[in-house]
Design a protein around this ligand. Structure first.
Ligand SMILES: [Zn+2]
Length: 295
């Protein structure tokens, strides 16, 4: 079942209270969507599946592989798959930079949407977030906002830790449902070791009552994940390494087929990549301590 914003709020509040986290995994196609949901179904825990606003000209690169019609079809497939799942599924619209993008997410049955104006000055970020929240809450959809910029592609110098004062001010003025904070991680791959500020996570958790979100979690160690969660991270965005695991499984399968002199079959290869992605996601759901919930 796809959960409403109210139900999502309940799941996240329980996670925050009991100090476990939910992995927010990105679906790029029906295979990754199925891997995410199958992993959750095998464990009997809630799933959080993220998609991007593929029409957003500022959306992350890599989405351009889908044209508008294919995007719509993907959303329809993902929604149908999630609606028929026995576990609660949170459909989340990841990084969206415009009001219109968030509205498209709401229209497409998202449980929650992310408005990312973290690169704009604080006052602009607050103003845009408030607008999105007014529209989203009218439709029982939650909103995630971000303050303190989470860097990309190893540009760690560009990353800044979110301050407690900023988090407090932002929460008080916007009443955001989820808050993404910058605590030393970066999107994509790491060239140098990330320096995570666990104390800051704990201080922000103490200061505001909303679930905290960590972006750029690929590449962290199990220990780093556990410590982030203990200190108050509730939602963990996780994309890059799932794709790598799936890709590695496909390469290994292809090598085997070549050695055996068999022809490479597209759907068999994709299936092997999907299974590897599913197992990897499942491992992380267990690592994050994701628990069954009653709604
Ligand atoms: Zn992100």
């Amino acid at each position: 079942m796809i959960v409403t914003g109210t139900q999502e709020k309940k799941i996240l509040a329980q996670a925050r209270e009991e100090r476990w986290a939910i992995g927010a995994f990105n679906a790029f196609d029906i295979n990754t969507a199925d891997a995410i949901l199958t992993a959750a179904e095998e464990l009997g825990v809630p799933a959080m599946l993220q998609i991007w606003d593929f029409h957003d000209p500022e959306a992350p690169e890599g989405n351009s592989m889908l044209n508008a019609a294919a995007t719509k079809a993907l959303i329809n497939m993902v929604i149908a798959r999630a609606a028929n799942s026995p576990v609660p599924v949170i459909i989340h619209l990841d990084h969206t930079r415009t009001f219109g993008g968030c509205i498209r997410g709401i229209q497409n049955r998202a449980s929650s949407v992310m408005i990312d104006a973290s690169q704009a000055p604080m006052d602009e970020n607050i103003a845009l977030t408030k607008r999105v929240i007014e529209a989203a809450h009218a439709c029982d959809v939650l909103v995630e906002a971000e303050i303190g910029h989470v860097a990309s592609n190893n540009d760690l110098n560009n990353s800044q830790y979110t301050s407690v004062e900023d988090a407090k001010r932002f929460y008080e003025e916007t009443n955001t449902d989820l808050l993404a904070v910058s605590i030393g991680t970066a999107h994509g791959f790491y060239a140098t070791e990330p320096v995570l500020n666990y104390e800051r996570i704990a201080e922000i958790r103490e200061a505001i009552p909303v679930p905290l979100v960590m972006h750029g979690a690929s590449g962290l160690t199990d220990e780093q994940f556990r410590t982030c969660i203990e200190n108050g991270i509730v939602k963990i965005n996780f994309a890059t390494y799932v794709q790598i695991e799936g890709g590695k499984a496909i390469v290994a399968a292809l090598d085997k087929m070549n050695e055996a002199g068999r022809r490479p079959v597209f759907n068999a290869l994709v299936g092997m990549g999907q299974k590897a992605a599913k197992d990897y996601i499942k491992h992380h759901m267990e690592l994050f301590g994701t628990r069954p919930v009653t709604l």
